[in-house]
Design a protein around this ligand. Structure first.
Ligand SMILES: CC(C)(COP(=O)(O)OP(=O)(O)OC[C@H]1O[C@@H](n2cnc3c(N)ncnc32)[C@H](O)[C@@H]1OP(=O)(O)O)[C@@H](O)C(=O)NCCC(=O)NCCS
Length: 239
């Protein structure tokens, strides 16, 4: 039945050879190639190319066609949405990229968001937590053992980003009006958000020792959805 599978593909970009990049870039469309050329830093260009190549190949693996042929519209708050193909369930894709890692998440019809962060990105700080997290999340972070503080901080960060990206309203969503718990993984929404935890499936992963990743999927029966996670490589992307 359509929409019952959510696929996550991730690519470790640190392990790629110089010759892999033109092959991945060949999966992009012309506008993305132009955008890729504008990045100042090679590492930013590469994570952008990897994420977009990953997303396009994932779409083609589900629905056929050439990866470079997929088109996207951009929503009012910047969320890209897949165009077509006509006559079948609407494909929903979300991308994330960070140093050394690109991720694409795909489902049909339902809102999906994914976020990946590099653990060395920024040290956990009370100031950042107060700025971005709900009070209950700040309390969990404050109680975490020092050696788990960074992981706890980025777990909240990736979960909140994944939720924001799934909803697609950008940072118009008040970040302190929804609070995650990690053990067990769950969420509580304040009335300002008017959302229902029973409509959501959240998951977190650690694809490498230095990356944390989170998924948010809105679905009427979220626990019935099969979530698959695949470590992609250039051979499977550039067939
Ligand atoms: C725009 C935003 C999605 C950027 O997120 P990010 O973590 O910097 O970037 P990611 O790599 O995870 O995601 C970027 C991809 O998401 C997609 N995207 C862009 N805008 C989006 C939106 N409004 N909703 C969902 N997805 C979006 C695009 O595919 C984009 O890829 P591209 O830039 O290569 O085209 C947004 O959530 C944001 O501005 N966050 C700011 C950070 C912040 O304050 N976070 C608070 C966390 S508690």
């Amino acid at each position: 039945m359509a929409g019952e599978t959510a696929e996550i593909w991730w690519l470790d970009t640190d392990g790629l050879d110089a010759g892999d990049w033109p092959r991945l870039e060949a999966l992009l469309d012309e506008a993305e190639r132009v955008r890729a050329r504008r990045f100042h830093f090679d590492r930013d260009r590469r994570s952008y190319i990897a994420a977009h190549a990953l997303g396009r190949r994932l779409l083609s693996s589900r629905a056929g066609g050439e990866p470079s042929a997929w088109g996207f519209t951009i929503g009012a708050h910047g969320k890209p949405e897949v165009i077509g193909p006509p006559g079948r369930a609407r494909l929903r894709l979300n991308l994330s990229h960070t140093r050394g890692m690109a991720v694409a998440a795909l489902t049909e019809e339902h809102d999906i968001g994914v976020d990946v962060e590099w653990l060395g990105r920024q040290p956990a700080s009370d100031e950042l937590a107060r700025r971005f997290f709900a009070p209950a999340e700040c309390a969990i972070l404050a109680a975490a053992a020092p050696d788990l503080a960074e992981e706890t901080f980025l777990s909240f960060w990736t979960l909140k980003e994944a939720y924001i990206k799934a909803v697609g309203l950008g940072l118009t969503q008040p970040l302190d009006a929804f609070a995650f718990t990690l053990e067990p993984l769950g969420v509580r929404f304040e009335p300002a958000i008017a959302d229902d935890p029973a409509c959501w499936r959240f998951a977190r992963f650690r694809p490498t020792p230095v990356h944390l990743m989170a998924l948010a999927l809105r679905h009427p029966t979220p626990q019935a959805v099969t979530v698959t996670v695949t470590a992609a490589d250039v051979a499977m992307l550039c067939v």
